[in-house]
Design a protein around this ligand. Sequence first.
Ligand code: MLC
Ligand code: AMP
Length: 492
Amino acid sequence: MSLFPRLASPDARLALLVDDGPRLTPRTGHPRSLDYATLARAVSAHVAQLDELGVDPGARVAIWAHSDLPTLVALVGNALAGVVSVPLSPKLGARELMHVLTDAEPAVVLASDVQGQSTPALPIRALETMHASEPPPIRALDDEPVLLLYTSGTTGAPKGVELSARGIAANLDALADAWAWTEADDVVHALPLFHVHGLVLGLFGALRMGGALRHVSRFDPAALGAQLAASPRAMLFAVPTMIHRLIDAAETDAAIASALGRVRLVVSGSAGLPTREHRRFEAITGRGVVERYGLTETLIVCGVRADEGARPGYVGRPLSGVEVRLVDDAGSVIDAHDDTTIGEVLVRGPSVLGGYLHRPDANEEAFDAEGFFRTGDLATRASDGALRIVGRKSTDLIKCGGFKIGAGEIEAVLLEQPGVREVAVVGMPDEDLGERIVAFVVADPSVARDADALIAAVARELAVHKRPREIRFVDDLPRNAMGKVQKAKLRA
Ligand code: MLC
Ligand code: AMP
């Protein structure tokens, strides 16, 4: 079976729709939606373009992850052709882009909008040449990678995670079981397409089930509400920051509240949804949110099942086929199902990465002797096996708006800025973003203090979402006897 079975016998059902919302002018010249038959032709056209470019199966193709139809088609076409997509955030900064291109060594860089890119790219031609009548390739699921996604660690530059078609399919099928997810469901989301949540669950998930993806290209509560209202049976995928903003909007906009109330399943993930937000959501829409927990490296690990209903505080039980262990500081397995004993979450299963690209050192640390991946997340386990994520082992990993960001990568950029002597970056609790990036800076007294310039440097070098939201100039940083910065004190 292929990753997207419905593309083998495509019909007139809606497959993809992109809604640019009220704040964006729709691009002219492109359709706004594709049915399966048209998608199949567009995918064939894309695969023909890959052929013309001499891109063979197994090769890597970097692709600017714009939220538009040509890009969605190319991502699907690459996977079916066995080509490894390396999605690039459209707001990737210069240094991070250079790192990804050097590490991934893509054969080509593709973009739906070649003019707008900071680096030379070839245009995606799928929608212009889709009169091609060749059917799209039917590629059996195998263990070869189809995605290379970059994810932050505590220190250094982001690491490449290869995900195989078989691993992705196994994970999506396990989610289908947990959520009773079928071709009758439309996925509605406004997530970016360069991470697991929007790309693997949102795009690949919808098409694997044979349903539609209604993609709002930039998060906007009213546009999401309109797509939810337009869909006969919708599943909403969102990060907690989006849920928070949807609740705020629903409080003053009855149409959004009623659209949210009618969704078949609302799923929050990529960061924890506070119990307060669960309660607010229920109060305003009359229905609950289910959470699921995952990582780029493992795909989705646990999820609350649709038939369980909302379970605030819990991310549910392990998905079928996924082995989860809790271990103590010494690495011993914790058997307790008492909802109290805290251990690190370890994961093994078909969707777990084989290893980070070019990083034997990181792989050594990431896996235990039995091949379990160490997530770095701390959890308890209830009597029925449901996990509650209670924290993270490292204070150097920050989850801001659902994006994982390493303190070390931000500190490295800030330390290079004029007048910066010392720096410590931490995540501070934030009602909207979950965690807000705050940089404590010891500045050279002879240089003018310019917080905006420091924020802009991170946005320019790394990515806009990695910028500190706040700079606090301090005389010195709290250090322990060994000279190590005590980040817990800064967060207090
Ligand atoms: C601000 N901007 C700047 C800037 N300051 N631009 C340049 N330089 C500066 N100094 C601009 C930006 O360009 C942007 O403009 C605008 O400010 C706001 O950008 P933002 O900071 O990104 O917006 P924000 O409101 O914080 O975004 C909230 C959000 C976003 C929820 C929409 O955080 C988001 O999309 N999160 C999703 C994360 C996600 O998908 N994670 C999944 C990881 S996978 P403009 O032009 O845009 O207005 C995973 C596994 C799993 O975790 O389990 O799922
Ligand atoms: P990423 O590397 O971007 O894939 O982020 C993975 C991390 O997101 C995990 O290690 C968790 O810390 C966090 N995460 C994902 N889903 C949840 C959730 N439902 N609750 C709490 N944390 C989550």
